[in-house]
Design a protein around this ligand. Structure first.
Ligand SMILES: Cc1ncc(C[n+]2csc(CCOP(=O)(O)OP(=O)(O)O)c2C)c(N)n1
Ligand SMILES: [Mg+2]
Length: 466
């Protein structure tokens, strides 16, 4: 077996993009050579990337423990490859699944010998408070939607550790390209509860001027690109953002979030390949929560999740326990550091579970059991786990918990009242901000819309100024 090489970043071990193979994942060309027998020159140019060309991987492998005597290599475009006379296919999957990086056990106890980035009391308490704020915001806004006060909502319940753990590991200069189940990242960056409420109520104070569906947040000030409904479009866009950051020599990266369902889109694959080839400083964070609405992951892919897809594209990758805030924080911090300093993409697969329904348009009990949901809500709660750890450090108490929850609830109820009372944007706002001078067809559409509203007022909301 070829020796398994691992990259180390601080204490954290990350799956190297190409060269680490477990006994059952045979990477066919890499097993059949011995570095001492490599020809000194290659006939083919290795291309631009010093870190990812195949010839470098061969050079960097110190020895092969194969008994195979075919220690010969051939030059091909892309670099030298060993050859074998034995016909062997790469197996479709390894026997062992890629392990999941974890720091805290289910009880919030630190696992001995864990590679983890220590956090200060201040950061830990801020992380915990934001996880709770997100949870309370979700429950209050979800209820408000069920009362019919606005049209749609989607919770992040069960994924608070991914949201807050990753947000805390990033810098404000990093650009976030979210899917939609990452409002915690925006919360961490300073988006206020009032701003969240204004968006879902689509009022005049909303940053998006009420043009988007609820939960499609965005903030130019906070480098949080507005959410797009079509799944995975943010992924290739993130590569472009990352590439421009690299060209401008910024000490920042792009961070793109996707769900497991997002990886079934062509855009995911285009983005990974594009990022690898362009050596773009982008961190892809995949929240693998088991479901894409009612489609289980078993119907989406047959690979060992998402993490192994990184290697297929030549991207360094790690699998992390998405319900462990400290593990997410540690891994994302290391991924960010590598992305920026080494100018390369990194993929983080965070395993988790979507505890809520997909959205208010879904009833998840139609396709999964209540017991399963309850188990993840209670036994595997990322909030309880992190709370146990923070309490063990002596940084949190029952009294602080009660005060925090009641204060956030009050702030939210107040924010909802204000948002609900605030006027809606005028209908003309639908047509502004795209063109300096609106073209004639758009001006015509605006005129027609106003006429239709005036003719059929009963079919249009009365609170939208025409
Ligand atoms: C291109 C496209 N196809 C389908 C949809 C409908 N849709 C919205 S969310 C979703 C599931 C996405 O699942 P996942 O990426 O796993 O995210 P999760 O909801 O689990 O966080 C689907 C299919 C869409 N918005 N865009
Ligand atoms: Mg999902």
């Amino acid at each position: 077996m070829a020796q398994c090489l691992r990259q180390r970043v601080g204490l954290l071990r990350i799956l190297s993009g190409q060269s680490c193979s477990s006994p059952s994942t045979i990477i066919f060309p890499l097993q059949q050579y011995n570095s001492s027998s490599l020809p000194s020159k290659t006939l083919f140019s290795p291309g631009r990337s010093e870190s990812t060309v195949a010839s470098n991987q061969l050079d960097s492998l110190s020895s092969s423990d194969s008994d195979d005597d075919h220690h010969q290599v051939l030059d091909f475009p892309g670099g030298k490859v060993g050859y074998t006379s034995e016909m062997r296919f790469i197996p479709e999957s390894s026997e062992k699944r890629v392990p999941c990086f974890r720091v805290l056990d289910d009880n919030g106890e630190l696992i001995k010998g864990s590679d983890f980035q220590q956090v200060s009391k201040e950061v830990a308490v801020k992380m915990y408070s934001h996880m709770v704020t997100l949870q309370v915001m979700d429950s209050v806004l979800y209820e408000a939607q069920r009362q019919g006060r606005f049209s749609f909502y989607l919770t992040t319940i069960g994924e608070e550790a991914i949201n807050i753990g990753s947000a805390a590991a990033l810098s404000a200069d990093d650009f976030i390209l979210p899917q939609y189940r990452e409002p915690g990242v925006l919360l961490w960056r300073g988006y206020t509860l009032q701003q969240f409420a204004n968006q879902v109520f689509a009022n005049k104070a909303d940053d998006g001027k009420g043009r988007q569906m609820p939960i499609h947040y965005g903030s130019k000030k906070l480098n949080y690109i507005t959410i797009s409904s079509p799944i995975a479009t943010q992924l290739p866009q993130a590569v472009g953002v990352a590439y421009s950051l690299k060209m401008e020599k910024k000490d920042a990266c792009a961070v793109a979030y996707t769900g497991d369902g997002g990886t079934s889109e062509g855009d995911f694959h285009a983005a990974l390949n594009f990022a690898a080839v362009m050596e773009a400083p982008v961190v892809f964070i995949c929240r693998n929560n088991g479901w894409a609405i009612s489609t289980n992951i078993s119907e989406q892919f047959r690979s060992d999740g998402i993490v192994v897809k990184g290697r297929a594209y030549g991207i360094r990758s790690i699998r992390v326990d998405g319900n462990d805030a400290l593990a997410v924080y540690t891994a994302v911090q290391a991924a960010r550091e590598m992305a920026i300093s080494e100018k390369r993409p990194v993929l983080v697969e965070a395993l988790t579970y979507r505890v809520g329904h997909h959205s208010t348009s879904d009833d998840s009990t139609k396709y999964r059991t209540l017991d399963e949901i309850e188990y993840w809500k209670t036994e595997r709660s990322p909030i309880n786990r992190f709370r146990n750890w923070v309490e063990r450090q002596g940084w949190w108490s029952e009294q602080e918990e009660t005060e925090l929850r009641s204060s956030i609830k009050k702030q939210l109820l107040q924010a909802i009242q204000v948002a609900e009372k605030t006027e809606k944007p005028a209908i003309t706002e639908l047509f502004s901000d795209v063109y300096d001078v609106p073209p004639s067809n758009l001006a015509e559409q605006e005129k027609q819309l106003k006429e239709i509203i005036q003719t059929y007022p009963q079919d249009y909301p009365t609170d939208v100024p025409v």
